[in-house]
Write a protein that binds this ligand. Sequence first.
Ligand SMILES: [Zn+2]
Length: 257
Amino acid sequence: MSLFCTGDRAGGAWLRGTCGSCRYCRAGRENLCPRSTYTGWDADGGFSETALVPEAFAYRLPDDQDPALLAPLLCAGIIGYRSLRRSMLPPGGRLGIYGFGASAHLAAQAALAEGATVHVLTRSARARELALELGVASAGGAYDRPPELLDSAILFAPVGDLVPVALESLDRSGTLAVAGIHLSDIPVLNYQRHLFQERNLRSVTSNTRQDGRDFLALAERVGIRVVASRYPMDHADRALADLAADKVNGAAVLVPG
Ligand SMILES: [Zn+2]
């Protein structure tokens, strides 16, 4: 049986289907398929107790765990994991994480489990506390400089102003991955300050099924801890308002029924 999950992080969606025949699908890059579809966007079922999905796009989840603590692994967790891979973090490398919500608190644990030194930069004091509790090396304000240069950085906050800030904190040949679907405008970059010395700026688009399988296996193996605030389904508006006001630590989960 392929178990699906109850409740999703507010605003979540995940890969439901791809064409299987375009140049991207054939090259194992199905996240770029122009005909990809998403549960919670193209089809209902992202916020329900049960959902019908194509078996090839379902993930097996443990039977014995609280679904509210599994839900954030699916959207927030998998996209955070792909962002980590897109950041080209070398083994034992130095990673900066800008913004620390649902995706970031899971990606940080994946990086720590792989031996990285992680620095978190975020405006929320509560999120900085959570980051330190999870074992990161330092936690500062969003516009602060990390205590050392970074091999890689991930921008989870949808704030274009932070792109040059993060690029300036990269070491030579470092990579910044922008995790969001939406980002406010990026200010004018200065080639010498922000990109020279082979620094890389990359975006992240959706995920492949292999990303999902790899992340869920890692989460189970190293015991990634999901921090979640639960909201009854009919309080979805409050969940969104709390997310906007930085009042949610970790992930917000809507619980049906
Ligand atoms: Zn395709």
